[in-house]
Design a protein around this ligand. Structure first.
Ligand code: AP5
Ligand code: ZN
Length: 217
């Protein structure tokens, strides 16, 4: 199964992707996590991405599309994948369409997570991310780690992402509305979009998402 997750920053894409990928037995591919892994390893790609991410802007397509395609070409993604944070503008959506078509593949569903802006702000303000693996996320109130500052999953140190500052979050939301939302109409025209509310407990949202995917696929 090939699924794209869309939704504003802090909607819970990463949180849901971890459960959905497990339930559907497909890899979770997050371009944000790939950039952060490159940043922490100090690669040239990470250095290039860092200035854009910390400003809340999109990393240029010339860098992002190739990185996402390389990841989708890996062996574990041959049977399907769950994309989180990619595509993020129309040029990336068109590149993904062409990439899939060239191999006779297609998307099964685009899952749109809907959440009001005040909730997004609360979720991001309390988020703590693991330095070792940025797909490990917690929330100081909604899903606190057992030990403060320590990742339950790997023992890594928890920190607040640099792009989670108030100003950068405002910029990220702006970029979401202007550049990412248009991809929803692009995929609506292909009959692929299912929209669910991302409010409520994490497990409730996962249940809703699994039902929506099953109905669409
Ligand atoms: P990226 O890492 O993709 O960030 P994002 O899209 O802004 O999404 P977030 O990671 O902020 O939020 P999320 O929806 O995953 O929420 P989470 O599950 O953590 O991108 C970062 C940057 O990288 C971009 O700004 C850009 O610069 C660059 N980039 C990435 N991809 C790119 C691309 N394709 N092209 C160009 N540039 C790109 O949840 C948030 C918090 O809420 C957590 O604390 C969580 O515990 C909590 N939470 C989750 N669900 C619930 C719930 N149901 N109830 C209560 N709390 C909850
Ligand atoms: Zn961890």
């Amino acid at each position: 199964m090939r699924i794209v997750l869309v939704g504003p920053p802090g909607a819970g894409k990463g949180t849901q992707a971890a459960y959905l990928a497990k339930n559907l037995a497909i890899p979770h591919i997050s371009t944000g996590d790939l950039f952060r892994a490159n940043m922490s390893q100090g690669t040239p790609l990470g250095q290039q991405a860092k200035e854009y991410m910390n400003a809340g802007r999109l990393v240029p397509d010339s860098v992002t599309i190739g990185m996402a395609e390389d990841r989708m070409r890996q062996e574990d993604a041959a049977g399907g994948f769950l994309l989180d944070g990619f595509p993020r503008n129309l040029a990336q959506a068109e590149a993904l369409d062409a990439f899939l078509k060239a191999d006779g593949m297609a998307l099964d569903a685009v899952l749109d997570l809907e959440v009001p802006e005040d909730e997004v702000v609360k979720r991001i303000a309390g988020r703590r991310t693991c330095r070792t693996d940025s797909s490990h996320t917690f929330h100081v109130i909604y899903s606190p780690p057992k030990q403060e500052g320590v990742c339950d999953k790997c023992g890594g140190e928890l920190y607040q992402r640099e792009d989670d500052s108030e100003d950068t979050v405002r910029k990220r939301l702006e970029v979401y509305h202007s550049e990412t939302e248009p991809i929803i109409d692009h995929y609506k025209a292909q009959g692929l979009v299912v929209t669910i509310s991302a409010l409520g407990k994490v497990a409730e949202v996962t249940g809703r998402a699994m039902e929506a995917i099953a109905a669409q696929a």
